[in-house]
Design a protein. Structure first.
Length: 133
C-alpha cells in the first residue's frame, strides 16, 4: 500500500491505540509516533446488551466501548481537519466494532484497513504489513 506523506495510521485493539504518521513519502514509508490525547472507555457501544452466552461479557463490552471511543476520537480529528488520510490496522473483533461508528467524513478519508492485531509489534512490523497490502 502506498501512503501519501502525512497519512495517519491508527493501530488498535480493544485496549490500546497507537497513532502514527507517515513522515516519509509514497515510496519510502516512514512511520513516526504521534502523541494523542488519552482515549477512554466512555462510549457505551455495547452496554445495552445483557450478558448471556450469545452476548459479550463485561470484559468484551469494555473492549467494544474502547474501540468505539477510538473511532469517536478519529471522527473528531477528521472533522476538525487534522487528518487528511487514514489507515486503520486493528484486531479483527475491534475493527468490526470500529466500523459501526465511522462517520461519513472518516470513511471518505479512509485509505485502507488491515484486519490484524499489531498493537504489540514494532514500527518495522507495522510498516512491513502496510507495504504488503
Amino acid at each position: 500500500m502506498m501512503l501519501p506523506r502525512s497519512t495517519y495510521v491508527a493501530v488498535a485493539d480493544g485496549e490500546k491505540l497507537n497513532l502514527f504518521r507517515n513522515s516519509g513519502d509514497e515510496v519510502a514509508l516512514k512511520l513516526t509516533h504521534v502523541v494523542h490525547h488519552a482515549v477512554g472507555r466512555d462510549n457505551q457501544a455495547s452496554r445495552s446488551r445483557q450478558n448471556s452466552p450469545s452476548n459479550p461479557d463485561e470484559s468484551q463490552a469494555g473492549e467494544d466501548d474502547f474501540s468505539a471511543s477510538i473511532v469517536d476520537y478519529l471522527n473528531k480529528e477528521v472533522l476538525d481537519g487534522n487528518i487528511d488520510g487514514l489507515v486503520i490496522v486493528a484486531a479483527p473483533r475491534a475493527l468490526g466494532e470500529m466500523r459501526k461508528h465511522y462517520h461519513k467524513a472518516l470513511t471518505a478519508k479512509l485509505l485502507g484497513e488491515i484486519s490484524k492485531d499489531l498493537t504489540g509489534h514494532s514500527v518495522a512490523d507495522i510498516e512491513l504489513a502496510l507495504r504488503g497490502v
